[in-house]
Design a protein around this ligand. Sequence first.
Ligand SMILES: C[S@@+](CC[C@H](N)C(=O)[O-])C[C@H]1O[C@@H](n2cnc3c(N)ncnc32)[C@H](O)[C@@H]1O
Length: 368
Amino acid sequence: MTALELFVAAPPGLEDEVAREAREAGFAGVGTTNGGVTLTGGWPDVWRANLELRCASRVLVRIGTFRVVHLAQLDKLSRKLPWAEFLRPDVPVKVDAVCRRSKLYHAGAVAQRIGTAIHEELAAPVSNDASVRVFVRVEDNICTVSVDTSGELLHKRGFKEAVAKAPLRETLAALFLRSCGYRSSEPVLDPMCGSGTFIVEAAEMAAGLKPGRARQFAFEQLAGFDPKSWKAMKMAPDTARLPFRFYGSDRDNGAIRASMANAKRAGIAEYVTFSKTDIGDIAPPDGPPGLVIVNPPYGARIGNLKALYGVYHTLGQSLRDRFSGWRVGLITSEDKLARATRLPFGRPGRPVDHGGIKIRLYQTKLLS
Ligand SMILES: C[S@@+](CC[C@H](N)C(=O)[O-])C[C@H]1O[C@@H](n2cnc3c(N)ncnc32)[C@H](O)[C@@H]1O
């Protein structure tokens, strides 16, 4: 079988980190492009990318690409695509289209023509409620047709039912952990842990748990799916016994309850400690230093910007006074707030979209 072309969608600005993760996970043909990473492989690689890549937002597989300048040509060329290699005649499909800088500018008409081709060539029903989706992109008169193999976005790991204020997506949390150099071999502490996203991600990584182990994927309804091989791939290895722990604290009782519930559902409760502590009272745990990663409130989302200066100042003071030897990764939308910590940050990372707010990662290491 010829190799499939995979497109792994990534948060814009963090494509390189997703590419590094894909290379470390042993995927072939890894390259970066705007908004994602390209890979090559077979169906098992598609399943594995969905199952194992912590930083990916979704995984698409390309069905075909052709040049197109009018609808009659789209009708003709879309009927020649190898639909049966990707879709099943008994599974409904939804078609989403976008058009940019092209003679074909009516996305609705493009989606409708592709839907008709799928229905007439394969007999698959086309429905707006379908969970299998075909994405069509017409850009500069080049039409790219792909099938979504993920379904729900991949940050939905399946364990986070309890949510505190302004949670980060798990995929972003994993990306920031990796950007801080975290590779599962040190303790991690989040002193404003909210629903525990960083701590659960870090502990899962260290325990060798696959992020997609508890959820379903769209590829389970595509042609080429083999439930037996998938089951074998998904089988979790025994979780390792870790020589260090992961620590979350927050001043809010509800956040601590949410974090504990999420850690339990994720199966890593034995490796984590959550406690109700104000940022002014945090202290490092016994043992070697590791990584403090923290995503304090930002002005635009929760709280009031002016009141937050004091919070950031106290955070910085606690870390400077008591966390010598630890690395710090701080995520915020406001440069002024990062500076209010008086921590010696280097240049921040590229801005990343978080629910419409641009956030950046600031990093430093506190002298021992
Ligand atoms: C943006 S949220 C963190 C979200 C978290 N990263 C997640 O993914 O769920 C900021 C958290 O800081 C906590 N917080 C605010 N002021 C604090 C303080 N003085 N001491 C400790 N925690 C505080 C809030 O209760 C909130 O849970």
